[in-house]
Write a protein that binds this ligand. Structure first.
Ligand SMILES: C[S@@+](CC[C@H](N)C(=O)[O-])C[C@H]1O[C@@H](n2cnc3c(N)ncnc32)[C@H](O)[C@@H]1O
Length: 310
């Protein structure tokens, strides 16, 4: 698919969910190829504003010109765990009308062998969305303890063969450093052969390592908390997640923030600071059959929407 043909995931439901006000202030916390950003910007008038964030320098460098030359658009390289600082620095605390987080990796990240995300393409075992900070997958695998690795594969990959795969990785790294995606995929395949499964045996291990290397779950938790702080009353929060670990965090957060604390439940006069900060909007949205047929990666996408309460 050429970059021009890029159709963002769950586009219609996101645009509807954001309930865009033409003169509003919006944040796209995960620019990627700018698919959602372009559509949001098109719906704003000359007083509207869109701030787009991405931690990946390649996403920033290749942001579409239609966005970067638009004075209503601002591009920020950083991560969503810094959301509040980014918004505060611009004097927009409590002024944001809508936020979108379309989590996970982008197609260019997955497709480019050099980024090291894919077991289908041989490349350096990196997996960092921001290759200028943190520890690469290869460095992490070189020193992690076997028990810790088993735990990570179980928790973040939901891998049932975690112990066997972790043992194989630890034995293999004693022979030679694991520096290529194909090398890691081979180790996993040998330790945990396919045996008729639909998914490649390395799928879950690669997911688990990617989550750790990018602190993906910590990022989501921080971003959700901060999003609520920067939103205006009536503002919308749209979050698309791609696996159950992410979705569980989003679901719990939105549920907890949309309820009174237990001790106040059913009481007539709840102090302001204990009133729910969010209202849930509709049910979670998944891709239609036709979207999945056109874009198989949308199959696991799940959109949750909430509105900032008083
Ligand atoms: C699924 S893609 C977004 C696609 C985008 N909505 C589009 O239509 O092109 C996710 C993007 O978010 C970025 N990203 C993921 N987690 C991030 C985080 N914690 N902070 C900032 N950017 C993040 C990734 O680098 C990637 O470019």
């Amino acid at each position: 698919m050429s970059s021009n043909a890029h159709v963002p995931v769950l586009l219609g439901p996101v645009l509807e969910g954001l309930k865009i006000k033409p003169d509003g202030c919006y944040v796209d916390g995960t620019l990627g190829r700018g698919g959602h950003s372009k559509e949001i910007l098109q719906r704003l008038n000359e007083r509207g504003r869109l701030i787009a964030i991405d931690r990946d320098p390649q996403a920033i460098a290749s942001a579409p010109e239609i966005l970067t030359r638009d004075p209503r658009f601002e591009l920020v390289r950083g991560d969503i765990a810094q959301l509040e600082t980014c918004i505060d620095e611009r004097g927009l605390h409590g002024e944001v009308d809508g936020l979108l987080f379309d989590l996970g990796v982008s197609s260019p990240q997955l497709d480019e062998a050099d980024r090291g995300f894919s077991f289908m393409r041989d490349g350096p075992l990196d997996m960092r969305m921001d290759p200028d900070s943190g520890t690469s997958a290869s460095e992490w695998l070189a020193t992690v303890g076997e028990q810790e690795l088993t735990k990570v594969l179980r928790q973040f990959g939901e891998e049932t063969n975690a112990r066997r795969i972790a043992g194989a990785i630890v034995r293999a790294r004693a022979q030679a450093p694991i520096e290529r995606t194909a090398h890691l995929a081979r180790i996993i395949e040998e330790a945990s052969p396919r045996r008729g499964q639909k998914i490649h045996p390395a799928t879950k291990t690669f997911q688990a390592i990617r989550i750790v290397v990018n602190d993906e779950l910590g990022q989501i938790e921080a971003a959700l908390r901060q999003a609520v702080n920067v939103m205006k009353r009536g503002a919308r929060l749209c979050v698309i997640s791609f696996h159950s670990l992410e979705d569980r965090i989003v679901k719990r957060f939105m549920r907890d923030e949309s309820r009174e604390p237990e001790q106040f439940r059913g009481m007539p006069n709840i102090p302001d600071e204990f009133r729910p900060k969010l209202k849930l909007v509709g049910k979670p949205v998944t891709a239609s059959d036709s979207e999945i047929a056109a874009n198989p990666r949308s199959r696991s996408a799940r959109l949750r929407i909430a509105e900032r309460a008083a």
